[in-house]
Design a protein. Structure first.
Lengths: 808, 348
């Protein structure tokens, strides 16, 4: 809320106590509500004075400019060319003298306009920093006229309230009371422990008529309007309100309109009580109902928009026709206009949830709806109504009909809350005395009754946010001062902190990936529906989970694999000329399974493109390939020590993958992931070059048995190696060869190392050569040549028999 | 010339030749010519047999001395020459040590992960457990059980991606408060946990907003947990992450799930409180929200607010990383530009 310092000062002695606006803002931020800004409307402006237009003639070389002789001090008159259509002799105007600063830091200089000297500028309010949303409409088409009694040569600031300072607070939803001057005065008085002199005005009922002869009000359900009061004010003359009231409004960010509307807004700011004024004569019948409309009912609101209503909206209806949307906006048909003479003035409390829903649905958030949503002070509904009636008497010449018409009126209840000093200290960690607590309550104007350690606090209805002892703890803490609360650490039963085995596994997985040269990426979990479905480990036809009302077409559905996000990352890097990308990501994928929420699995995925380390002066690096990625996956699976058997099986059918360069990864025949090259067409879609990826389902790996960490005996006896080169059919895989060797290798075969693969012109068509080093070793004795020969011959024989291998 | 004189002469000649030898081969040639089987000294020694018996020990001793002297001189000279050769070789092998080293592939944890890990380690050290929840949450846990009933104005504070009316992308990691309290056996001691993870808000991405970011929720509930404990705990967090000499301050705020609720500021680590552009001249930077767990929240999770109480806080690793490293655009965290990711490579 934009809180005027000058207005506050009227009710509480800030200036006299040397509390500056800046200090007040800081204090509020530390003790009450957050602060946006402390600023003055005159910030950045200078040399703006009251002038009087003495003479005004048409500019000879222009069809719209005027040449004005403007008196700018008791003994100086100067010539200023002005383009405003409303400029006229005899008016007091805002003069920006040469050297002045006006809005947007514009500097005014002497000059000539179409050949005529102009020593300054006559200003509209917008030109001295007023926004269009607060500058009075009357001056939309020209410069502003100051009051006739303004003294020529004076600074304009005091005439327009621009010497005020605005403390702009950011009120949290619980402190609806701070959306009024009344609430601010109460809180500031409590903070500084200062007396307050908030004054209210009562109207005199000077019309002959009884209000309830003029109108009948029915509240069909008290839940929707617990309090609904109305007064009738007759003989009103609609005209601009006095400048002091306009200043109050515009300094609070509200645009002055006419005296009737301005009075309701003034009272809204002062009490936080929204009011609505109907043109009494426009009411189709003089009997109104506060009720829910029929679903689909139409009405035109003040802004000229036709609204289609819902059955849980709240309306004020006359003759079963809605004439206002309760709490949000009035109807056009019953609006006050320049010819209005009788005003029906409403002061009410509406159900906050219903107002909120209505305002949200119709996108009609206003100063009023905001206050209804956050709560209304039941103590001041009637006071606000009476004060508004008073101002209509004072400012619009109205006569107030006798009595208030009451559709409903909930009783004003203060709440009683019991505190104990011991408990307050127990929660806050403080060492407060009972008297300190009751003193804080006194500053808040909360009555207390103390019996021993127990304090019975009576909380007035104006603080409807306080209902339990914890709420009072907050009042005590903030007014005592958070700075005075000590800093300690919890002293309770000792607890042992630590990572669970799952968390340790996930951390270890990240560390392995980093050790292998991959950087951790964190990508978006929400992506397009198309990308969300791609690259699933276990491909399904299921659609990904989608959010309602996404903010961007790029972030619609939850990912079912991590790879698609990593490919976006690759694309971003490539587009920014980063050619070498090695990333991994660990995170959730979301797999719909027919339940309300999808299953969330932890996955690990990696991506490689370009080179793992960049070329340098010293050595040329190879581009990454399938085997580089496989090496990373193999090393990872070794490091996390799964006990079962890992196999890599070619899969030619993954949609997004290269059909010849993709392997499923199996753990004891269960699919746990895959790796390979992204299909060139998919890569093209993503705008990325040749790229290799893997993805693993960590849930399967977390659950898998782990190798026992048992020491392996290192033989002290010499090892014997044998090399073997085989010529086999192209389709024979390394795995098949290794399987044969392993199966028939005998007890001493310790290692099989592939050292060469060759396919090419020197070999018969359809053949390839594989060369291995076999290592034999006995743990307990030196192996004899003959033992190795026997074992080796057996392998050779089986390779020839089983795989039709030719030994080279 | 007597034998003795002959020996003296040989010693002189030998030492002279050794000293003059300019490479190991020449030294070796001297050794052969004097000490070898046919060497001149060897020849002299052979002549000993012709000496009178009483002369033999005297001359023999002297001959041995000469031989030892020559031997020592040869070894010394050989070593000298070998050293010279090695030095010359090493000289020839000289590198430009200012050339860059060979690149090693090393991956870095994401900067946000680094912050989360740091927080996890800090809180584990203080006896907390880490509770990780689902990112697609039930509305009941994300809002209702946190004292945020439907149509509460505070829901405006968090725009939400709904999936169905009862399922949503969690807007905070606070749902783990309720989930953990429901599971915890308070007769076995207090609940102390933090819950890190991704959260989602229906926001348009811009330099200071991201529809996805991270949060670390903290919760301590036990028989006697005070606001002073909250303050002390957050002080540890601030000092651990931003520097030992920093202070914190609390300001009133509002969260439906805590009462009292506070915003927490830390001393600006850039200007140490003097006021600068980062802290907008206030000397303080707002870093997190916290408060004492609202009795309604305890009650809804089956914890008796008469017997137990505690504090909760929620902080944003993204914001921490932005502050700590001066990152200007939150979107940088999720674009994964390799040049960005690899900057944060300090260890320990």
């Amino acid at each position: 809320m934009k809180v005027s310092y000058n207005w506050l000062n009227q009710y509480i002695d800030l200036k006299a106590n040397k509390i500056s606006p800046a200090a007040l803002g800081e204090k509020l931020a530390r003790t009450s509500v957050d602060l946006n800004d402390v600023s003055s409307p005159s910030d950045g402006l200078k040399k703006l004075v009251v002038g009087e237009v003495k003479e005004c003639v048409a500019h000879p070389n222009s069809d719209h400019l005027h040449i004005c002789q403007v008196q700018i001090s008791p003994d100086e008159t100067t010539q200023i060319v002005c383009g405003a259509p409303n400029v006229q002799a005899g008016k007091k105007v805002i003069v920006a003298l040469p050297g002045a600063r006006i809005a947007d830091n514009v500097k005014i200089r002497r000059g000539k306009i179409r050949g005529e000297k102009s020593n300054g500028m006559l200003c509209a309010l917008q030109e001295i920093g007023f926004s269009n949303s607060i500058a009075p409409q009357d001056y939309d088409e020209g410069i502003y006229f100051l009051p006739d009694d303004a003294k020529v040569g004076d600074s304009i600031f005091s005439y327009l309230g621009m010497d005020d300072t605005i403390v702009d607070t950011d009120v949290t939803p619980n402190r609806g009371d701070m959306l009024s001057m009344y609430g601010n005065v109460n809180d500031i008085a409590a903070i500084y422990d200062l007396p307050k002199h908030f004054s209210t005005h009562e109207c005199t009922e000077d019309a002959a008529e009884q209000a309830d002869d003029l109108i009948k009000v029915h509240v069909d359900d008290e839940k929707i309007a617990p309090t609904y009061l109305m007064r009738i004010i007759k003989g009103v003359k609609v005209q601009p309100s006095p400048l002091w009231m306009q200043i109050r409004l515009w300094n609070s960010g509200v645009r002055p309109k006419n005296n009737v509307v301005d009075v309701t807004n003034y009272v809204l700011l002062k009490y936080g009580q929204p009011l609505h004024s109907f043109d009494y004569d426009k009411l189709p019948v003089k009997e109104i109902h506060v009720k829910h409309p029929a679903d689909g009912t139409k009405m035109t609101t003040l802004d000229g928009e036709e609204r289609i209503l819902k059955a849980n909206d709240i309306v004020i209806a006359a003759d079963d026709k809605p004439i206002a949307l309760a709490g949000t906006m009035g109807g056009l048909e019953t609006a006050v206009d320049d010819n209005t003479t009788t005003v029906a003035l409403e002061s009410a409390i509406f159900d906050p949830v219903m107002v909120r829903k209505q305002a949200r649905r119709l996108d009609l958030h206003s100063e009023s709806s905001m206050r209804f949503e956050r709560g209304i002070n039941p103590e001041t509904v009637e006071k606000a109504l009476n004060e508004a009636a008073y101002w209509l008497q004072q400012l619009a010449g109205g006569q107030v009909a006798k009595g208030i018409v009451r559709g409903s009126q909930a009783a004003v209840k203060a709440r009683q809350i019991q505190l104990s000093t011991k408990r307050v200290n127990f929660v806050l960690g403080t060492d407060l005395k009972t008297e300190q607590i009751t003193d804080i309550m006194r500053r808040l104007d909360f009555a207390t009754e103390t019996v021993g350690d127990k304090i019975m606090v009576t909380v007035p209805a104006r603080r409807w946010d306080i209902s339990i002892p914890a709420d009072l703890n907050e009042e005590i803490a903030r007014l005592y001062g958070y700075d005075k609360i000590p800093s300690t650490l919890p002293t309770m039963t000792r607890t042992v902190g630590g990572l669970t085995s799952r968390q340790k596994f996930l951390r270890a997985s990240r560390h392995v990936m980093e050790g292998l040269g991959l950087n951790q990426a964190i990508s978006y979990s929400l992506t397009t529906a198309k990308k969300a479905k791609q690259f699933q480990i276990q491909p399904t036809d299921r659609e990904p989970m989608q959010v309602d009302y996404p903010m961007s077409s790029e972030h619609v559905a939850t990912r079912m694999s991590i790879i698609s996000g990593l490919l976006n990352d690759v694309a971003y890097n490539i587009a920014h000329k980063v050619a070498n990308v090695a990333l991994y990501e660990m995170g959730r994928v979301f797999l719909p399974n027919g339940e309300p929420r999808p299953v969330e699995h932890e996955h690990l995925a990696g991506v490689l493109t370009g080179q793992l380390t960049a070329d340098n002066w010293h050595q040329k690096t190879k581009n990454v390939d399938f085997f580089q990625m496989k090496g990373i996956v193999e090393q990872y699976l070794k490091n996390i020590a799964v006990a079962g058997k890992i196999t890599y099986v070619a899969n030619h059918d993954r949609n997004e993958m290269h059909p010849g360069r993709t392997a499923d990864i199996l753990l004891d025949d269960q699919l746990i992931g895959y790796l390979g090259q992204v299909h060139p067409l998919v890569a093209k879609d993503y705008r990325i070059p040749e790229t290799y990826v893997f993805e693993l389902n960590l849930e399967a790996l977390i659950k898998a048995d782990k190798r026992s960490r048992h020491y392996e005996y290192i033989s002290k006896y010499p090892a014997i190696t044998r090399d073997i080169a085989l010529l086999v059919d192209n389709k024979v895989t390394n795995q098949e060869v290794v399987d044969v060797m392993t199966k028939h290798g005998g007890a001493y075969l310790k290692d099989i190392h592939l050292f060469d693969v060759y396919e090419g012109v020197h070999l018969p068509n359809g053949k390839k050569s594989l060369a291995y080093t076999l290592t034999y070793q006995d743990d307990r004795a030196t192996l004899k040549e003959e033992q190795v020969n026997t074992a080796f011959d057996k392998i050779v024989q089986r390779l020839q028999d089983d795989l039709n291998a030719e030994i080279r | 010339m007597g034998l003795k004189e002959r020996l003296e002469q040989l010693r002189k000649e030998g030492l002279q030749q050794i000293a003059n030898s300019s490479d190991p081969d020449k030294v070796n040639a001297v050794r052969v010519s004097m000490l070898g089987k046919k060497g001149s000294l060897t020849a002299v020694l052979r002549g000993m047999k012709d000496l009178a018996a009483d002369q033999r020990p005297v001359v023999g001793k002297y001959a041995n001395e000469v031989r030892n002297d020559l031997q020592a001189a040869i070894e010394k000279r050989s070593a000298e020459l070998a050293k010279n050769i090695l030095n010359a070789k090493l000289q020839a092998e000289t590198l430009d040590v200012t050339l860059p080293g060979t690149a090693v592939a090393q991956g870095q944890p994401h900067v946000i992960q680094q912050i989360i890990d740091q927080l996890e380690d800090l809180f584990i050290g203080m006896g907390y457990q880490i509770a990780v929840g689902d990112e697609v949450e039930e509305e009941v846990y994300n809002f209702e059980k946190l004292n945020l009933p439907k149509d509460h104005p505070a829901r405006d504070m968090q725009d939400t991606f709904y999936v169905t009316p009862s399922v949503l992308m969690r807007t905070q990691t606070s749902p783990m408060q309720a989930r953990m309290m429901e599971k915890h056996d308070f007769t076995k001691g207090p609940l102390k946990m933090i819950s890190p993870g991704k959260v989602y808000r229906r926001d348009t991405d811009d330099p200071t907003h991201s529809h996805q970011f991270n949060q670390v929720e903290g919760l301590v509930v036990g028989k006697h947990v005070t606001m002073a404990d909250l303050k002390g705990t957050l002080q540890e967090v601030a000092r651990n992450l931003f520097g030992d000499d920093l202070d914190i301050r609390l300001r009133p705020s509002y969260f439906p799930f805590t009462e009292p609720s506070v915003e927490v500021d830390i001393t600006c680590f850039k200007c140490k409180g003097k006021g600068c552009a980062i802290c907008k001249n206030t000397g303080w930077i707002e870093v997190l929200g916290a408060g004492m767990v609202h009795p309604n929240v305890l009650q809804m999770s089956g914890v008796d607010p008469e017997k137990y109480g505690g504090f909760a806080f929620g902080l944003g690793p993204d914001r921490f990383a932005m502050l700590k490293y001066g990152v200007e655009d939150i979107r940088d965290f999720y674009l994964n530009d390799v040049r960005f990711l690899t900057q944060f490579n300090e260890k320990g």
